[in-house]
Design a binder for this molecule. Structure first.
Ligand SMILES: *[C@@H]1O[C@H](CO)[C@@H](O)[C@H](O)[C@H]1NC(C)=O
Length: 197
């Protein structure tokens, strides 16, 4: 058994390894490698993908294979000598997330659904009225929502937790499912939804 949950070579946009990461930048077919301080160390052009891997070329014309199934990055011609062992990989990140479900300790289920083409989300709670939330921001890991300034919510796809913060309490719930778009999908016409988790 290989691979990472919810990720294939066709959908991956972010790869973590012990001393850095590889991610798509939002520019078509462009990947970058960053060290653990977040400094850019290399740029790659994506040449191809299949279910198992993304194939990229670096600035020197060297071909590398990002093998999401084998969980290794290696020179295409040297699969036996991995450059990096992947520790995690993601298709959806905070930039692409459109849907999440979570579970409360009592066993109830809540859902967040982004309204198409709006910066608005519908929040269905297990034991309260449905409300609409405003999206206030996104980053690599999270979507940030608020309800008229009373409640702020962070849906964190990295820690797989939803944090609900009210003026006098804060609660965390485990994310149980997610959907979104590949996080390089700025031009929505090219975007196919991806199932997460
Ligand atoms: C990757 O993991 C293998 C063991 O599975 C190890 O032998 C190898 O040194 C590791 N490579 C890197 C670049 O960390």
């Amino acid at each position: 058994m290989g691979g990472f949950p919810g990720v294939t070579g066709l959908t991956v946009t972010l790869i973590l390894y012990a001393t850095g990461l590889l991610r798509m930048t939002g520019e078509p077919s462009t990947w970058v490698r960053e060290n653990s301080e977040g400094q850019l160390v290399a740029t790659y052009i994506e040449c191809n993908r299949d279910e198992w891997s993304v194939y990229v070329e670096d600035e020197h014309g060297t071909n590398q294979q990002l093998g999401t199934w084998t969980q290794k990055v290696h020179h295409t011609s040297h699969p036996e000598k991995p450059l990096y062992n992947m520790t995690d990989a993601f298709a959806i990140t905070g930039y692409g997330l459109t849907y999440a479900t979570y579970e409360t300790p009592e066993g109830g289920e809540g859902t967040f659904v982004k309204i198409w083409d709006e910066k608005e989300w519908q929040w269905a709670r297990p034991d309260a009225m449905e409300v609409y939330l405003t999206e206030t921001g996104r980053d690599q890991w999270s979507v940030y929502l608020e309800d008229g300034g009373l409640i702020t919510i962070q849906i964190d796809y990295h820690t797989k937790e939803v944090t609900v913060t009210h003026s006098d309490y804060s609660a965390q719930y485990a994310i149980t499912g997610a959907e979104g778009y590949r996080s390089d999908c700025n031009a929505l016409k090219y975007c196919l939804p991806v199932m997460g988790m």
